[in-house]
Ligand binder design. Structure first.
Ligand code: COA
Length: 201
């Protein structure tokens, strides 16, 4: 069984980016992003309308981190390490399947510059190399062409299309599932029994 441990927080860097832990002081920058209907159009979460709501959201993220149930990084440009420009995370961790889901969003003014490509490549490598995941999935609304093409550019493959699988803001929407497998095949101890005997039922 996978046993993720996010303590100490794994800060990551790429050529242009610093991926660091979220702080409560990021709330004023997160609110306009998670409150922006264009950014949130294909994300099945309520809009974050106040800084207090953003603080609550950070609280949920921190709680999940402390319990080793998921991890969210604050994306910053290296030259401005305190300025939140987006988020990326691995969550819905299925410990028994060594699998997790990736999620991400970026400030509109910085989109189209290859930033999320850089962030995803790093986070996926962390997920496989350090967390020992075997697969990572991305679930998107198929109308989110940018996100689908981004995942494919990062090596994800479209594996499924579920019709009207999500109820979002008053209507049923389709979901496409993309996935990528670990290149580090030796990472998992295959001698381990697949399931605890008590879990058979
Ligand atoms: C999707 C999103 C994260 C893309 O981030 P980004 O930093 O602008 O993406 P990148 O510049 O790294 O683009 C990498 C690749 O993604 C694809 N892509 C990105 N934006 C695209 C767009 N508007 N249209 C089509 N393809 C796009 C392209 O394949 C691109 O490669 P290319 O530049 O060689 O053509 C960003 O648009 C976003 O935050 N959207 C709102 C939130 C969201 O939808 N999150 C995902 C929920 S599942």
């Amino acid at each position: 069984m996978l046993e993720p441990n996010f303590s100490p927080f794994p800060e990551l860097t790429t050529e242009r980016l610093l991926l660091r832990e979220l702080a409560i002081s990021d709330a004023p920058a997160i609110q306009p992003l998670r409150g922006n209907i264009d950014v949130m159009r294909y994300i099945n979460r309520p809009l974050t309308l106040t800084v207090e709501d953003a603080e609550k959201w950070i609280g949920i993220v921190v709680d999940s981190l402390v319990k080793n149930e998921g991890i969210t990084w604050c994306i910053c440009l290296k030259e401005a390490p305190l300025e939140h420009i987006g988020t990326i995370g691995l969550w819905r961790i299925e410990k028994e399947n060594y699998r997790a889901e990736i999620g991400y969003m970026l400030a509109p003014s910085l989109q189209g510059k290859g930033i999320m490509y850089e962030a995803i490549k790093k986070v996926v490598d962390y997920g496989f190399k350090e967390m020992k995941l075997h697969s990572i999935e991305g679930r998107i609304d198929p109308r989110n062409v940018a996100s689908g093409m981004l995942l494919e550019k990062c090596g994800f493959v479209k594996e499924a299309h579920f019709k009207e699988a999500y109820y979002m803001r008053g209507s049923f929407t389709d979901t496409a599932v993309y996935s990528i497998l670990t290149p580090y095949r030796e990472a998992i101890n295959t001698e381990e029994p697949a399931m605890e005997s008590s879990a058979v039922l």
